[in-house]
Design a protein around this ligand. Structure first.
Ligand code: NAD
Length: 353
C-alpha cells in the first residue's frame, strides 16, 4: 500500500494491485477493480501482446507488460489478481506469494488439492491473503436463497438439481467439470454449509477427444440432501437453472431471468406414515413469491471483499478453505470417472501441517 504507516504498522492509502491474464475473464477483474475506491491498478499483464494492447487502449494510464516478472519485482505492489488458465494457477500464485504479494486467483484455486494445500501453507506462513474467485458467493440471488435456507423456510432440504449449460467456451486445459463445476460446487457448499461425502459421475468427450464437455454428477451430503449437477459446453440455449426442493417449500433459481428467485409454497404431505398401506398423500400448491434481490455486480462485491481481507486481515467469504473443498469435490468426480462412474468418497479436509 502506498502512503504512511498507521499505528498497527500497516500502511494506509491505496492498495496497488496487478492483474495477470486478460483473455475472456481478466478484463472483468480490471473493470471492477478500477471502480473501487482506494485501489490503484498498478499493472496489467498478458503474455499475448495483442491481448495486452487491447486492454491497455482502454486503460492507458496503467503500466502494461507481457512479463509477469515485472509484477513480482515491483516492491510497491501489494497484490496480484490472477485470471489465467487453471493449469497455470499454482505457479503464478506461488510466485506471487513468495514475492510477498496477496493473491486473488480465479476459480478453481488450483489444479489439484495438493497444489491448493501448498498455496494455503505459503499464504499462512507469510500472513498473506489467498482468495479463490468463487464469484457466485457474492451473487444477490444466491445470497437470498442462502438466507431462506438458513431461516429454515424450506424445511428439510430433500434435493437440489442444477443445470449449467450453453454453447461454449471449450477450455484447452481442463474438462467441463473443472471449468464449470466449481460454480455449482461452491454454491452448494455455501448454501448447505456442508461438503458432500460421496460423488458419482458420468461424462462424455463429444468434440475434443479426452476433454469431457458434458457431465452428469450426483452428490450426497451428510444431512441426507442429494444433488444432481448437469454441466455442458454443448447446448442449444443457455441454462442457469437450479431447483431446491424442501419439505416445506421449493425454490427455482434462474440466473438468466429478471425474476431470478421464485419461492413456491408447494409440497406433499404424508399425514399418517404408519398406515402405509392406506395412506393418502396431500399435495399443496400455494403462493409463488419472487423476492426482491439486489442488483449489485457479484464481481464488484468479490473484489471489495478481497481488498477488505487485505486491509483488515479478515477471511474472505470465498476463502481458500472453501476453494480447497471445491477442488476436492472436482477431484472426487475425476476419481469416480476413473472407476467407470462408481460412487466414491470425497476426501475430508486435512488440517494444514
Ligand atoms: N469467476 C467466473 O465466473 C469465471 C468466468 C470465466 C473464467 N473464469 C476463470 O478465469 C480464468 C481464465 O479463464 P479465461 O476464460 O479468461 O481464459 P483465457 O484463455 O481466455 O485467458 C487467459 C489469459 O491468460 C494469459 N496467460 C496465460 N499464462 C500467462 C502468463 N504466465 N503470464 C501472462 N499471461 C498469461 C493468456 O495469454 C490469456 O490471454 C480461469 O481460471 C477460469 O476458470 C472465471
Amino acid at each position: 500500500m502506498t502512503g504512511a504507516a498507521n499505528g498497527n504498522g500497516r500502511r494506509s492509502g491505496s492498495l496497488r494491485i496487478g492483474v495477470v491474464g486478460l483473455g475472456y475473464w481478466g478484463p472483468n477483474l480490471v473493470r471492477n477493480l478500477h471502480e473501487l475506491e482506494d485501489v490503484e491498478i498498478a499493472w496489467i499483464c498478458d503474455r499475448r501482446p495483442d491481448v495486452l494492447a487491447g486492454v491497455h487502449r482502454r486503460y492507458p494510464a496503467i503500466a502494461a507488460t507481457t512479463s509477469y516478472e515485472d509484477l513480482l519485482a515491483d516492491d510497491s505492489l501489494d497484490a496480484i489478481a490472477i485470471a489465467t488458465p487453471v493449469s497455470t494457477h499454482f505457479d503464478l500464485a506461488a510466485a506471487a506469494l513468495d514475492a510477498g504479494k496477496h493473491v486473488f486467483v480465479e476459480k478453481p484455486l488450483a489444479a489439484s488439492s495438493a497444489e491448493g494445500i501448498e498455496l494455503m501453507r505459503r499464504a499462512r506462513d507469510r500472513r498473506l491473503v489467498l482468495m479463490p474467485g468463487h464469484t457466485f458467493l457474492y451473487s444477490p440471488p444466491v445470497n437470498a436463497i442462502r438466507s431462506l435456507l438458513q431461516a429454515g423456510e424450506l424445511g428439510d432440504v430433500y434435493f437440489i438439481s442444477t443445470s449449467r449449460v450453453n454453447l461454449g467456451l471449450h477450455q484447452s486445459d481442463v474438462s467441463v467439470t473443472w471449468d464449470l463445476g466449481p460454480h455449482d460446487f461452491s454454491i452448494l457448499r455455501y448454501w448447505l454449509d456442508e461438503t458432500p461425502t460421496h460423488v458419482s459421475a458420468l461424462t462424455r468427450s463429444c468434440v475434443i477427444p479426452g476433454t469431457p464437455d458434458v457431465a452428469f454428477i450426483n452428490l450426497e451430503f451428510p444431512s441426507g440432501t442429494v444433488a444432481h449437477v448437469e454441466l455442458s459446453w454443448l447446448a442449444p440455449s443457455k441454462l442457469r437453472r437450479t431447483t431446491v426442493v424442501g419439505s416445506q417449500k421449493m425454490i427455482v433459481y434462474d440466473d438468466t431471468s429478471n425474476e431470478p428467485v421464485r419461492v413456491f409454497d408447494s409440497g406433499v404431505d404424508l399425514p399418517n406414515p404408519e398406515t402405509f398401506g392406506e395412506y393418502k398423500l396431500s399435495y399443496r400448491t400455494g403462493d409463488i413469491v419472487s423476492p426482491q434481490v439486489g442488483a449489485a455486480e457479484p464481481l464488484f462485491l468479490e473484489m471489495q471483499d478481497f481488498c477488505t481481507a487485505i486491509r483488515e486481515g479478515s477471511t474472505p467469504r470465498s476463502s481458500a478453505a472453501l476453494g480447497l473443498e471445491v477442488v476436492r469435490m472436482v477431484e472426487a468426480v475425476d476419481g469416480s470417472l476413473e472407476e467407470n462412474g462408481a460412487r466414491v468418497e470425497v476426501a475430508s479436509p486435512a488440517a494444514l501441517a
